[in-house]
Design a protein around this ligand. Structure first.
Ligand code: AFP
Length: 428
């Protein structure tokens, strides 16, 4: 009898919790029309407007309203509309078309990996000595394939390729695309958030060489185009594969966040003009490495945990171990994400060209700051495609405070990449 009563209690509690979750999840936003023209349903419209309907789930009735398809700001429509404001967007249109298609395909593969057997190692090791997952290899091929036919991208550099790769129309294209096809893939078997990170540079003029030039030399010259500082990025973004699929992009005019609507298969603008709060309440770092961290950072984390930092409040720890997930949360809630240098890894772990630089571009465009702890990430000039860099990014004042703590122990500077003013020549 006791057991039955407790089971009944559990069921009732679960039902109440579900009802509560559903109310929260489907609470209609208060505003009517979204910036950029995306129509947000109003509360009165939610049950009666055309396009809204009711769904029966386990006895709970939930009103799900869908915006009028004619008024949805899809990524494709956004790109079209932006070309009117900024003519240079025209060049990005086909590039973004290919990237969003690739991300949709990768999202589908990631989402069904446990069922289709696309989990586990591919049996190969990439140039950085990391085990490649089956999904790493597939995602890389999907992105390369998608970019091949844009007519806009001549060179791609990827985490999964030892060297930059020339794609079709290499000598007539405008852009170099760098990417990490599936960042955080070691988490994928556990169903944890992963993502694709990409950055787009303009090809440098040196790639336009006379035709009689030796093919190898020409190829090397073009491949050298990938080695540009983050400050040269003209576009960057990431796609996060999680409970929903998000695409966050910047072309140097703010940051826009889209969510994949699975019913229509389109990315829809849901987070226009994303901005970071000046201060946050979260620090996100792999604290297991703290015994090897620089002393300044150890002191910073110790202080903010106790509310002894400049903000005066206590900070909480959040760490997924998947850069895209950790950066996305930081963009949404503020705070700081970091992967510092430590005694064993003098340059940290994350790659400058296709992880740190694109994410720094996004964070700066959202009003935040990105730093090695000593200098601006966007000023760093890579010496090779897979260079690593320590990184701290997020709310402006939080990152600045870390720099101040680090400056107190400057002798610990990791011998890493050179800043822009001391640029090394591009490999020829
Ligand atoms: P994987 O792609 O091998 O899963 O690595 C993920 C990552 O490059 C980055 O996304 C994380 O921020 C970072 O490594 C996590 O590294 P730790 O496991 O050392 O904390």
């Amino acid at each position: 009898m006791m057991v039955m009563r407790s089971v009944l209690c559990d069921v009732l509690l679960l039902a109440a919790a579900l009802a509560c979750c559903c109310c929260l999840a489907f609470q209609p936003p208060s505003t009517g029309v979204h910036k950029h023209g995306l129509l947000r349903p109003s509360s009165s419209a939610s049950s009666s407007a055309a396009g809204s309907r009711r769904r029966q789930t386990g006895g709970l009735r939930m009103a799900i309203s869908r915006p009028d398809p004619g008024k949805i700001m899809t990524l494709t429509r956004y790109m079209l509309e932006q070309t009117r404001l900024y003519p240079e967007y025209q060049d990005f249109e086909s590039l973004m078309g290919s990237i969003q298609l690739a991300c949709k395909s990768i999202a589908m593969l990631v989402g069904s990996a446990g069922i289709t057997g696309l989990v586990g190692a591919a049996g190969a090791v990439n140039v950085q000595g990391e085990d490649q997952k089956k999904l790493d290899v597939l995602s890389n091929d999907i992105l390369k394939g998608a970019l091949q036919y844009t007519g806009r991208c001549g060179v791609v550099a990827s985490e999964e390729e030892p060297h930059p790769v020339l794609v079709e129309e290499a000598y007539m294209s405008k852009f170099v695309t760098v990417f990490d096809p599936l960042d955080g893939s070691s988490n994928v078997d556990a169903g944890i958030a992963t993502g694709t990170i990409f950055g787009v540079f303009k090809e440098q003029e040196e790639c336009m060489l006379p035709e009689q030039l030796d093919g190898d030399l020409m190829a090397n010259q073009c491949l050298g185009n990938t080695l540009q500082p983050g400050d040269n990025l003209v576009a960057a973004g990431y796609c996060m594969y999680s409970s929903s699929v998000h695409m966050v992009i910047t072309f140097g005019h703010g940051v826009q966040g889209f969510t994949l609507d699975p019913e229509i298969g389109e990315f829809v603008l849901t987070h226009p003009n994303m901005t970071l709060p000046r201060r946050g309440k979260i620090y996100s770092m792999n604290e297991g490495n703290s015994p090897d961290w620089p002393e300044g950072l150890r002191q910073y984390v110790d202080d903010v945990k106790q509310g002894k930092g400049a903000a005066g409040h206590k900070y909480s720890a959040r760490y997924i171990g998947s850069m895209v997930g950790d950066v996305h949360r930081t963009l949404m809630y503020g705070g700081v994400f970091g992967y510092p240098a430590d005694k064993k890894n003098k340059n940290g772990k994350l790659r400058l060209l296709y992880e740190a630089a694109p994410m720094s571009f996004i964070v700066e465009q959202a009003g935040g700051k990105a730093s090695t702890g000593y200098e601006r990430i966007m000023d760093l000039h890579p010496k090779s495609v897979h260079d690593r860099t320590p990184i701290f990014l997020g709310s402006y004042d939080d990152v600045e405070e870390i720099e101040q703590y680090m400056a107190k122990h400057k002798e610990e500077i990791a011998p890493h990449l050179v800043a822009k003013e001391e640029q090394v020549p591009v490999a020829k």
